[in-house]
Design a protein around this ligand. Structure first.
Ligand SMILES: Cc1ncc(COP(=O)(O)O)c(C=O)c1O
Length: 465
């Protein structure tokens, strides 16, 4: 199995990026469980035939959809070791908990947070943003809100109109309601308009609401834009608001000397959400919440139960336990793959991957500017390029075109909407991606666009790779 997977990763470039799952395979994967045991070799055959060829494709250098990391064999091996240990990182006194603490310290230091900082590895930035909202709520209302709820306080939060969808979801899940999130319009740089933000806070205060947090985005999901983090930090200090940064992928710009200026001000945040499974190439899932002061985590998540009482000695020592720093009790050893990855490649090389992603994106943008049939739809501040093929009914044309490329296995961009126009969106996150992959994308978009523009009615047609 190990040999096969290492070969698979080595040869990924020669394979299609993605293959649609055949109906027959999907049916097999819906079969009921046979109560009799099945030999491991048979199950592994099923894996090779029914699962391995039909992944998302994000290990491939021409996967450019959404924001997906590429993973590494180092992370894969660490996952195997972690599964062998079968550690539960909810608490207790064992080395795996120390590994997670070390990883959190490394991250806090990389982002310039003080020695009081804490954090936790979580599924992803959606969970990390949710935890930040809960901590900001507790800080605003006091610990009693954990028992009493919001009572009749109308909390309001603020984020850019291009904040990730998980941000309103976090307000929703926290019981505050997604309508309590004011989506502030963006300026020409796609960053939150600071005067609109200040005006929204003032208007809410005047109407009896209690503003409690501002979420700055470091790397917006659509185009990779950064909010003015120092200005948000100043405003939050003046208004006594919790300053949270959603840096799902953009926070790791801190590792690249050429990009570091983008995250200036992030070190003043009270909490930061980001993912090791994106630019840091750790296999899924490996999200992270960092908190300027671990006391805020304890105030929000610690609870007492007789059977979970940390002690002074023995296995029950080693407080505070991770279960008091977040919502999960049983937790896997995510930290090991992060620990291996950070050491095996080093922060500098991971920063170089981020830099390389941006170089490829800039190259793609240049190619698009030079092609009269293509149109760039947004600035390219980071690693994401939004563009389209010009033609009649462009939204439909480009949606079909993106699906054509995916189905042909040539490249897998995703789509988004920029200023009302459907865009093909290419996000470079994978360390395996090269300049030539951007060139292949351009050629494929041009060829497919020409073919489709000539045959507008022929939507279901597949493009030959
Ligand atoms: C800016 C931003 N925030 C949050 C998220 C959610 O992160 P996750 O998918 O790890 O939950 C993403 C995902 O791409 C993102 O780009």
């Amino acid at each position: 199995m190990l040999d096969d997977m290492i070969d698979h990763l080595r040869d990924r470039r020669t394979e299609p990026v993605w293959r649609p799952l055949p109906d027959a395979t999907r049916e097999t994967l819906r079969a009921p469980l046979d109560p009799a045991p099945c030999p491991l070799a048979t199950i592994y055959d099923q894996f090779r035939e029914q699962i391995l060829p039909y992944g998302t494709g994000n290990t491939h250098p021409r996967f450019m959809g959404w924001v997906h990391g590429g993973g590494t064999p180092v992370g894969m091996l660490a996952e195997m070791l972690a599964a062998g240990l079968n550690a539960n990182l909810g608490g207790r006194d064992h080395a795996p908990v120390e590994v997670e603490r070390q990883v959190i310290r490394w991250a806090a230091e990389a982002f310039g947070l003080p020695a009081t900082a804490g954090g936790l590895l979580v599924t992803g930035s959606s969970m990390a943003n949710f935890m930040a909202v809960l901590m900001a709520r507790t800080a605003a209302l006091g610990a009693d809100c954990r028992r009493d709820g919001l009572r009749d306080v109308r909390l309001t939060a603020y984020a850019s109109a291009s904040a990730h969808r998980c941000v309103p979801d976090a307000l929703d899940m926290a019981g505050i309601g997604s309508a309590a999130l004011r989506l502030i319009p963006t300026n020409n740089d796609f960053a939150m308009d600071q005067s609109a933000l200040a005006a929204a806070i003032a208007a809410d205060r005047q109407q009896g609401a209690k503003p409690f947090m501002v979420i700055g985005t470091a790397g917006s999901v659509d185009i990779g834009a950064f909010d003015d983090l120092p200005a948000i930090a100043d405003l939050c200090a003046a208004e006594d608001l919790w300053f949270h940064v959603d840096g799902a992928f953009g926070a790791l710009a801190a590792l690249a000397p050429g990009l570091r200026h983008l995250v200036r001000g992030m070190d003043r945040a009270r909490s930061i959400a980001f993912d090791f499974h994106k630019w840091a190439q750790v296999p899924y899932d490996a999200g992270c919440i960092l908190v300027r002061d671990q006391a805020d985590q304890l105030a929000t998540f610690a609870s007492s139960a007789a059977y979970l009482r940390p002690g002074a000695r023995g296995l029950a020592a080693n407080a505070p336990w991770p279960c008091d720093l977040g919502p999960d009790l049983s937790r896997g050893f995510r930290a090991l793959k992060v620990w291996f990855t950070l050491q095996a490649f080093g922060a500098d090389r991971l920063g170089a991957v981020a830099q390389q992603s941006c170089t490829i994106a800039r190259h793609l943008a240049e190619r698009i500017r030079a092609e009269p049939e293509l149109e760039l739809l947004a600035p390219v501040p980071l690693n994401i390029v939004c563009f389209r093929y010009r033609g009649t009914d462009p939204d439909n044309l480009n949606a079909e075109l993106a699906a054509d490329l995916q189905e042909a296995g040539i490249a897998a961009p995703s789509t988004t909407v920029i200023g009302g126009a459907l865009a093909i969106r290419a996000a470079f996150v994978n360390h395996r991606s090269r300049i030539e992959d951007a060139d292949i994308l351009v050629e494929a978009v041009l060829a497919t666009g020409r073919r489709r523009s000539g045959r507008q009615g022929d939507h279901g047609r597949k493009v030959e790779p």
